[in-house]
Design a protein around this ligand. Structure first.
Ligand code: HEM
Length: 182
């Protein structure tokens, strides 16, 4: 639980911030990192107890199975503009929203899917608070390096380095907190 629940969430937050820095125009609609940068690109290994057929392929009994969610999430046959960071594709109210039923699988699918998925939604609150409470800037004019490193959960090759300044909202919160604590 500790391994599966902590680093996955931290790494996804770092990827989300990196994607947003490279797409400042979508800062308000932050939510598409899990498709392009899934923390577990091959999910976890699965094992077939019986013969089965997956996507037209016959899988013998007792095989170890890896699902390449990373590739499925970037497959141009499944996604419009597959490599584009375009959060509105997930907004149900938008005309361009896509049906992502079984093609989005950052948390796996079925009985062995991630049991922490609901908890991982905390990620949106963390990201939302970071955007709401701080103004963020890149340290240079260069795009943030989106190269992927090795390991699980999938890390950034170069750790994200950015600057932040607290917004007014946080000064107000902190001063009311100080007043209330006396
Ligand atoms: C952004 C955050 C997270 C991502 C992307 C993620 C992703 C995944 C994926 C892909 C799997 C494997 C599913 C499969 O192979 O079909 C998994 C399994 C698992 N996750 Fe998560 N996870 C996240 C957060 C969490 C949290 C917060 C917890 C618990 C506090 C958690 C607990 C687990 C456990 C225990 C398993 C193993 C389930 C099993 O084998 O039956 N995960 N997760």
């Amino acid at each position: 639980m500790i391994f599966a629940g902590t680093n996955t969430t931290a790494v996804t937050l770092e990827w989300a911030m990196s994607n947003l820095f490279n797409h400042p125009q979508v800062l308000e609609k932050a939510k598409q990192t899990l498709r392009l940068c899934p923390a577990a690109p091959l999910l976890l290994s699965h094992f077939s107890k019986n013969e089965c057929t997956i996507g037209g392929y016959d899988v013998p009994k007792n095989s170890m199975l890896f699902i390449n969610a990373w590739a499925i999430h970037r497959d141009p046959q499944l996604w419009n503009d597959a490599l584009k960071f375009r959060p509105e594709r997930f907004q149900k109210c938008q005309a361009e929203a896509e049906d992502y039923g079984y093609k989005f699988m950052a948390f796996g699918l079925g009985r062995r899917a991630c049991p922490g998925m609901a908890l991982a939604n905390i990620l949106s609150f963390a990201l939302g608070s970071m955007i709401q409470c701080f103004e963020w800037k890149r340290v240079t004019d260069k795009q943030i390096d989106s190269a992927e490193g090795n390991g699980l959960p999938m890390p950034k090759a170069e750790p994200l380095e950015v600057m932040c300044i607290a917004r007014d909202i946080i000064h107000k919160e902190l001063s009311s907190f100080q007043r209330n604590s006396y």
